[in-house]
Design a protein around this ligand. Structure first.
Ligand SMILES: Cc1cc2nc3c(=O)[nH]c(=O)nc-3n(C[C@H](O)[C@H](O)[C@H](O)COP(=O)(O)O)c2cc1C
Length: 190
């Protein structure tokens, strides 16, 4: 079901502003957090921007590895989004289930160009390499990155377009505040 997405179309995997999961790995340690503040930035080569707070463990792993993955979750994963978005990977290091993938039973598969694991059951994945911009990272917690590989679930993304009509549980989710989300609505053309 998972098919490669042309890099020239990779921006369309984020163009509708979903809440995403950022996965990261460095020196054998891996982690995942939720991020609502993300956006496409450029077409060719595709680039994205994402806000990663200084206090997160994810930030530490991204800065150390220079890469991360954006996993686009769906309606069926809303609880997982809240769990990984309200727990701290650094604190789990001391526990027996010492990372969120183990603690929350989140299966992963390997990325093709970066070390960060990709989460199964998401509907799109963008492998990203950080474009170092220390000033905006330090001042705004804003990271720019080039998308070096992208994949999507062909049930809902094919020929460069999303189509969720027959898959309510696979609709992207959009964070409002607290535990409030919206699932993406109907498609239309003008
Ligand atoms: C729905 C949702 C959206 C979030 N969006 C962001 C975001 O855009 N940027 C950010 O830095 N934190 C965001 N957070 C908070 C992080 O996911 C949270 O701080 C997480 O515990 C960090 O995990 P870590 O310390 O293991 O990296 C969000 C949380 C939730 C639940």
């Amino acid at each position: 079901m998972i098919k490669s997405v042309e890099l020239s179309k990779a921006y369309r995997l984020l163009n509708h502003g979903p809440t995403v999961l950022i996965s990261s790995r460095h020196a054998g340690k891996h982690n995942v957090m939720a991020a609502a503040w993300n956006m496409p930035l450029d077409f060719e080569p595709p680039k994205i921007a994402i806000v990663v707070d200084k206090n997160t463990y994810t930030r530490e792993l991204i800065e150390a590895s220079g890469s991360f993955a954006i996993n686009v979750p769906c309606r069926a994963q809303a609880e997982v989004v809240v769990k990984v978005g309200s727990s701290n990977g650094r604190e789990l290091l001391k526990k027996e289930a010492n990372n969120k993938f183990l603690a929350f039973d989140l299966p992963t598969f390997a990325a093709s160009k970066i070390e960060a694991p990709l989460l199964e059951s998401c509907i799109a994945w963008l492998e990203c390499k950080v474009i170092a911009e220390p000033h905006i990272q330090d001042t705004y917690d804003l990271f720019l990155a080039e998308v070096v590989a992208a994949q999507a679930d062909s049930r809902v993304f094919s020929d460069g377009h999303w189509h969720f009509e027959e898959h309510d549980e696979l609709r992207t989710i959009h964070h409002i505040a607290g535990g409030s989300f919206m699932a993406i609505g109907e498609a239309f053309k003008i």
